[in-house]
Design a protein around this ligand. Structure first.
Ligand SMILES: [Zn+2]
Length: 116
């Protein structure tokens, strides 16, 4: 199996979900969930690496501790997301996982493609 970009895998899974039979949906959705989790982890590591590499010129580092109980607003449905449950979109916006999936899925209104 060829290694693919995770984003492509997620899009592919979404388009498969759209075209899938009911019996296939469970498998596709668990693969999709796994891919989204990996995507999220990857973004988190990326952000952590950037933060770790960042050196302010002034010498004084001010990193605000995470505020517990803080919540973001979902960039898609505008409802609050608890910090622990927040996902990050490809544009770095906080979103619900379900909203992300729904958005990717509804963005797939392409003409029927032949699955190989
Ligand atoms: Zn949402």
């Amino acid at each position: 199996m060829r290694a693919r970009r995770l984003e492509d895998r997620i899009r592919d899974l979404c388009s498969r979900a759209v075209a899938a039979q009911d019996s296939e949906l469970d498998t596709i959705f668990s693969a999709l969930q796994q891919a989204l989790r990996e995507h999220n982890d990857r973004l988190r590591k990326l952000a952590a690496a950037k933060l770790a590499a960042w050196r302010p010129r002034g010498g004084g580092i001010t990193i605000l501790p995470p505020v517990s109980g803080a919540s973001f607003e979902c960039a898609i449905c505008s409802k609050p997301i608890p910090l622990e449950d927040s996902k990050v979109s490809e544009y770095g916006q906080p979103i619900h996982e379900e909203c992300y999936v729904a958005k990717l899925t509804t963005g797939q209104h392409l003409p029927q493609q032949q699955a190989n």
